[in-house]
Design a protein around this ligand. Structure first.
Ligand code: NAI
Length: 285
């Protein structure tokens, strides 16, 4: 393990789909992680899931096999992030929840510690405005699963400092990620396009124009996409898709982002996609 990896301590806030994946990515590259969640059950599940994700990444050749995997620390106490050298926030896509947790964490860590949000689409500067040090805040939109997908959309807010951006990019390099830095705005690049595409695809199914399988098969067969938009939505989590669409709708005023009834009904029924076993498709446990 390099000295660089040993001197890093990554705090990951939120032990859900993305928090688990980001923790696996960092640990798999030898970077110690403290994983925080308000829900102790989420931490128990995470402690089981992270080693499996690391193993999967190693077997697929996406994580180094020779890395010494540090111990994962899980906690419900935000206080334990004080020593972190970088913070990645991956709590639910609810602006008020993110604003609160980012505000609290920015008071705890040392000035100059990059506070990175994994938000799907809340403008970084809006979140930075709730923190003690907006210059330390930036976005890193990891794709799911973060330990398998190499490219990260990095968002530089108007107040993000050069130093915070440079520090975060350094860590992403240690984690063998390719960073593409973009400007701020609702949904940034990927989700401004992707969430609209998912919503429109679901609306097409709702209107009976095509089945979910046929929508996905058209994107795969005709456009060469590896995964169709509705299978992608299941992978993201339909609850997260609806939250992201609401953020985009509220911040752009564009009615095309208002989540369609089919998505709302699936979420109300608890059909969140892969993580609940059923979404547009059914999944084996
Ligand atoms: P999730 O719903 O699987 O997990 C969220 C976790 O945050 C839960 O375990 C919850 O208990 C925890 N949490 C809630 N409030 C908290 C607080 N105050 N402090 C600590 N933990 C708290 O959500 P998921 O899918 O992991 O998404 C997390 C973030 O990543 C969201 O902002 C989402 O938009 C973004 N994202 C999601 C992607 C996906 O494919 N699921 C892809 C890229 C970004």
């Amino acid at each position: 393990m390099t000295e660089r990896q040993q001197t890093e301590l990554l705090a990951v806030l939120g032990a859900g789909v993305m928090g688990v994946g980001i923790a696996a990515l960092a640990l798999g590259h030898g970077v110690p992680v403290v994983l925080v969640d308000v829900d102790p059950d989420a931490l128990t599940r995470a402690a089981e899931a992270v080693p499996l994700r690391i193993r999967q990444g190693q077997l697929l050749g996406k994580l180094p096999r020779e890395a010494t995997v540090p111990q994962l620390v899980t906690t419900t106490s935000l206080d334990e992030v004080r020593q972190a050298t970088v913070v990645v926030e991956a709590v639910v896509e609810v602006p008020a929840v993110k604003a609160k947790v980012l505000g609290e964490v920015s008071e705890l860590v040392a000035p100059g510690t990059p506070v990175v949000t994994n938000t799907s689409g809340i403008p970084v500067d809006e979140l930075a405005g709730h923190t003690a040090r907006p210059a330390d805040v930036l976005g890193a939109h990891f794709m799911n699963p973060p330990y398998l997908i190499r490219t990260v959309e990095v968002i530089r807010g108007p107040r993000t400092s050069e130093a915070a951006l440079a520090r975060a990019l350094e860590l992403l390099t240690v984690l063998d990620r390719e960073s593409i830095v973009v400007g701020d705005g609702p949904g940034f690049v990927i989700n401004r396009i992707l969430q609209r595409m998912i919503n429109e695809s679901a609306r097409i199914v709702q209107e009976g124009i095509a089945s979910h399988e046929d929508v996905d098969s058209l994107f795969q067969g005709c456009l060469g996409h590896t995964t169709g938009p509705l299978a992608t939505a299941d992978l993201i989590g339909l609850d997260n898709v609806v939250d992201s669409l609401r953020v985009l709708h509220e911040r752009t005023g564009d009615a095309g982002y208002a989540p369609c009834d089919l998505l709302l009904n699936k979420v109300a029924a608890g059909d969140f996609g892969r993580k609940s076993g059923r979404g547009f498709y059914a999944y084996a446990p």
